[in-house]
Design a protein around this ligand. Structure first.
Ligand SMILES: [Zn+2]
Ligand SMILES: [Zn+2]
Length: 152
């Protein structure tokens, strides 16, 4: 199931995009935002297609929005500790009054607001985070993506 995203910037730039793929095309189609450096616009294209050109000016100078240069990367989030649990003991261990074994698990929080499992097709899983992205309109890193719905 794909997502519907909205990109909004402080400068007033606002646009709506569909991301990912639907029930019938998800194996061949993953819609994702791109930036064209020739006509300075954002457009969505299929990440899985072999050559991607700008939908406005047909330029090939395009960059997917999951490229590191398209956003201000903030430090990775620290893993969070989950409450300690204890391994269930056998009756024998209880009789011997063995100390229960602690199980400490971690939870890795994510910055992603959208990601798509594409490791079979691409060498990466494309994702968008809640960080600040490059705005095609004012050319500052002050645009954010928001997920506003889904489609299939
Ligand atoms: Zn263009
Ligand atoms: Zn802007």
């Amino acid at each position: 199931m794909g997502s519907i995203a909205e990109a909004r910037c402080d400068c007033g730039f606002e646009t709506r995009l569909s991301l990912g793929g639907g029930m019938h095309n998800y194996l061949t189609h993953c819609s994702f935002p791109y930036y064209c450096s020739d006509c300075k616009s954002m457009f969505s294209a299929n990440l899985y297609s072999e050559s991607i050109i700008c939908s406005k000016c047909s330029s090939q100078n395009v960059l997917a929005y999951d490229d590191d240069s398209m956003r201000i990367k903030t430090p990775d989030l620290e893993p969070e500790l989950l409450p300690i649990r204890y391994r269930t003991q056998t009756l024998w261990e209880k009789i011997l009054r063995r100390k229960p074994e602690k199980i400490q698990e971690y939870y890795q929080p994510t910055k992603n607001i959208f990601d798509w499992n594409s490791s079979d097709i691409l060498d990466r899983n494309p994702a968008l985070t809640y960080e600040d992205y490059f705005c095609p309109s004012c050319e500052k890193y002050s645009m954010k993506f928001y997920i506003v719905g889904c489609w299939d």
